[in-house]
Design a protein around this ligand. Structure first.
Ligand code: FE2
Length: 315
C-alpha cells in the first residue's frame, strides 16, 4: 500500500500556494499519482481527431525523409528507473562514455558536431547527452550503438518544436516548428496548433522500431511535483502498447487509444511489439476551459469505475 500520504486516493494535495489541487489526488488502490484520481485519461471524447487518419499518412511519408535521431539510452544513469528494472536499460551511453579510454574518446570526439566543445567538456568534467551539458551528435549515437551496443529505445525521433531542457517543455519562448515540419507535416502542425493549449513548448514524434521496447522510467520525482505536467499524446495508428508501472505492486496499467494524458512522474514504458509504432507528444499549458472539461471527464470516468469496478480501471 502507498506509504506517501499524497498517494492516498480521495485525498487532495495542498500545493505550495496553499490551494487544494485535486489533480494530484492519487489513484485508488494503486501507487500512482495519476491525473484527477485516474491512472490516465482518454482525451478522445474531448478533442477533434477527425484529421488523425490524414495525419498518420502524412507522418509516415515525412518520417521517410526527415533527419530523425535517437533518444533515450541513458535512463539508468539518469536515476529515473525503478531499481528492479535497471537491467532492462541494457547498455547505457553515459556509463559507456565515462569508461572510454583515450583512443576511444578520440573517436567519440571526432564524431561530434563540434569536437572542440567535447574536448572542453572533458576538461571541465561535464557530461554528454540528453538533459546534460553537451548533446550527442547523431554520428556519436550511432557509434555508441555500433561499437558498444548502447540501447536507444526510440530510434525514430523527430522534434517538430526543438526543446533543449525538460523543465522548459511547456515554455514557447524562442521556439517554433521547424521549417521541415511546416513543409512536410502541415496537417500535423495544424492539428497540434488546434489542440486546447494556451501555449505549446514542445512537439515531437517518438517512434520505436519493431521489437524495441521503451525502458520503464519516470520523467520526474513525484515529490517534486505540485500538479501534473500538461501534455497530449496522440497515437494515430493506435498500435503502441504504453503502460504505467506501479513501483509498489509492480503491476502494469495499460494505456490505450488515439489520444490520452497521464502523469509522466509515474513510471511508464512501452512494450515490445513486432512492428514500428510512434506517437506524437505535444507539451504546453492547457487552456483553463479544457482543464475544466478534463476535470469533468475524469469525474465521469471515476463514477463509471465505481459503478462497475474493474471494468475501466485497467483497459
Ligand atoms: Fe517519459
Amino acid at each position: 500500500m502507498p506509504t506517501d500520504a499524497r498517494f492516498v486516493a480521495g485525498s487532495s494535495v495542498v500545493t505550495n500556494d496553499g490551494s487544494v489541487d485535486e489533480s494530484m489526488a492519487g489513484v485508488a488502490g494503486k501507487g500512482l499519482r495519476g491525473v484527477y484520481g485516474l491512472p490516465w485519461l482518454s482525451l478522445e471524447s474531448l478533442l477533434d481527431l477527425s484529421s488523425l487518419d490524414a495525419v498518420h499518412d502524412e507522418v509516415c511519408v515525412a518520417l521517410a525523409s526527415l533527419p530523425t535521431g535517437y533518444t533515450g539510452g541513458s535512463h539508468r544513469s539518469m536515476g529515473i528507473m525503478p531499481e528492479e528494472l535497471r537491467d532492462t536499460a541494457l547498455v547505457d551511453y553515459v556509463e559507456v562514455i565515462r569508461s572510454l579510454d583515450d583512443a576511444q574518446f578520440a573517436a567519440f570526439r571526432a564524431l561530434a558536431d563540434d569536437p572542440s566543445l567535447v574536448e572542453r567538456a572533458r576538461r571541465e568534467g561535464l557530461e554528454y547527452g540528453e538533459e546534460r551539458e553537451v548533446p550527442l551528435s547523431r554520428r556519436q549515437m550511432l557509434w555508441l550503438e555500433y561499437r558498444f551496443g548502447v540501447y536507444f529505445p526510440w530510434k525514430v525521433y523527430y522534434e517538430m518544436i526543438p526543446n533543449r531542457w525538460w523543465t522548459e517543455k511547456h515554455d514557447p519562448h524562442g521556439k517554433r516548428f521547424t521549417r521541415a515540419a511546416e513543409s512536410l507535416l502541415p496537417k500535423t502542425v495544424a492539428l497540434a496548433k488546434s489542440l486546447p493549449f494556451s501555449q505549446i513548448g514542445r512537439c515531437n514524434i517518438m517512434g520505436l522500431r519493431a521489437h524495441d521496447y521503451g525502458t520503464v522510467h519516470r520523467d520526474g520525482h513525484p515529490e517534486e511535483q505540485s500538479r501534473p505536467d500538461e501534455f497530449i499524446t496522440l497515437c494515430p495508428a493506435q498500435n503502441k502498447t504504453l503502460f504505467l508501472y506501479d513501483r509498489q505492486s509492480r503491476e502494469k496499467t495499460r494505456v490505450s487509444g488515439r489520444a490520452y494524458w497521464f502523469n509522466d512522474f509515474d513510471d511508464h514504458g512501452v512494450e515490445a511489439d513486432p512492428h514500428f509504432r510512434y506517437s506524437i507528444r505535444v507539451d504546453g499549458v492547457f487552456r483553463e476551459d479544457f482543464r475544466q472539461r478534463v476535470r469533468e471527464e475524469a469525474e465521469r470516468v471515476r463514477a463509471q469505475i465505481s459503478a462497475h469496478p474493474g471494468t475501466l480501471a485497467d483497459p
